[in-house]
Design a protein around this ligand. Structure first.
Ligand code: DGY
Length: 321
């Protein structure tokens, strides 16, 4: 019976399903396994179910003894895994695309609304019981910017970007996008394409990042690109922290070069740059884009199904390599 390591707690049903077919080691403490520990134990296993918390880099792969055959990541992103090293060692890697599109799109809309309507400030005011000390001034008290009818620029019009666009249209938002390639008319669904990011940014009331973390997308929003946004613009990020240069975004927020930001992802999570926490115009979440019961179950099941397919010589459901 193949031995499978599950590096973090996944949904109960998925664990049960896995146990029916494999010799499974669960992470009962549900604490991230330190890299050195993972490297020590992994050579006992034929397969691994991983999450973005695991550091599966060159070190991990160079210490393998040949037993491990597949890593099934619970997550669409796999920037924690050295794909090049996995390829060299002929280890299959799978991820969980599509099942989280709607959840991440919901989070995108949540951030758009929260950042533009000053929800962080408003919520803190009520929770700290300071509402009663405020003058309810009709033109000043918690006045934000409307979302309805505004233009949303999407960087990376993939599966998640397109669902976010569809949801944003419910608020009458106009969609424009920057992508490596222009999409078919059907996939564009009325959105306007820009082949050049710098040309799109001045036209954005909101800009939302939906690209994977790659060397090409690192700091795609930096001092120079951020300077092209209008002063009332709002930056949204549900992708990966590495797409934003923190110093540049913090400067833009602190000096009111843009209106606000709504961020679910950060560089060096969970130890985000503390300067973000001081800003009223930055609404922050702890990387919960896909965190719904339904979505995490679907993601867990997909990883388990990939393991099942691999050890039963069936085509993988969602192969990275
Ligand atoms: C993903 O699937 O990559 C999300 O960020 C959740 O980790």
């Amino acid at each position: 019976m193949p031995k499978i390591l599950v590096s973090r707690k996944i949904s109960d049903l998925a664990e049960e399903k896995l146990k029916n077919e494999f010799d499974v080691t669960l992470n009962l403490k549900d604490e991230p396994i330190p890299e050195t520990e993972l490297i020590k134990i992994i050579n006992d296993y034929d397969g691994m179910i991983s999450t973005g918390f695991d550091k599966i880099g060159e070190n991990f792969f160079s210490n393998l003894n040949g037993k491990l055959k597949i890593i099934a990541q619970v997550g669409v992103g796999y920037d924690n895994i050295s794909i090049k090293s996995a390829e060299q060692k002929k280890i299959k890697v799978t991820n969980t695309p599509n099942v989280l599109n709607e959840a991440v799109a919901e989070t995108t809309i949540l951030l758009i609304l929260a950042a533009s309507r000053r929800i962080g400030e408003a919520y803190n005011l009520v929770r700290s019981d300071n509402w009663k000390n405020q003058k309810p001034d009709l033109t000043k008290f918690m006045i934000g910017n409307s979302v309805t009818g505004k233009t949303l620029g999407i960087i990376g019009m993939g599966r998640i970007g397109r669902i976010a666009a569809k949801s944003a249209k419910a608020f009458g938002m106009k969609i424009i996008y920057y992508n490596r390639n222009k999409l078919s008319e059907e996939l564009e669904d009325g959105a306007k394409y820009y082949s050049d990011l710098n040309s799109m940014l001045p036209d954005c009331d909101f800009v939302s990042i939906h690209t994977p973390a790659t060397p090409d997308t690192k700091h795609i929003l930096n001092a120079s690109t951020l300077s092209l946004l209008p002063k009332h613009a709002v930056v949204i990020n549900t992708s990966r922290g590495s797409t934003i240069d923190d110093d540049a975004l913090l400067d833009a927020l602190e000096n009111k070069k843009i209106y606000a930001a709504g961020l679910d992802v950060f560089n060096n999570e969970p130890n985000l740059d503390k300067r973000y926490l001081k800003l009223d115009n930055c609404f922050v979440l702890p990387h919960i884009g896909s965190a719904t019961h339904e979505t995490r179950l679907a993601m867990s099941m997909m990883a388990v199904d990939n393991i099942h397919c691999f050890f039963n010589n069936k085509p993988l459901i969602s192969k990275v390599i």
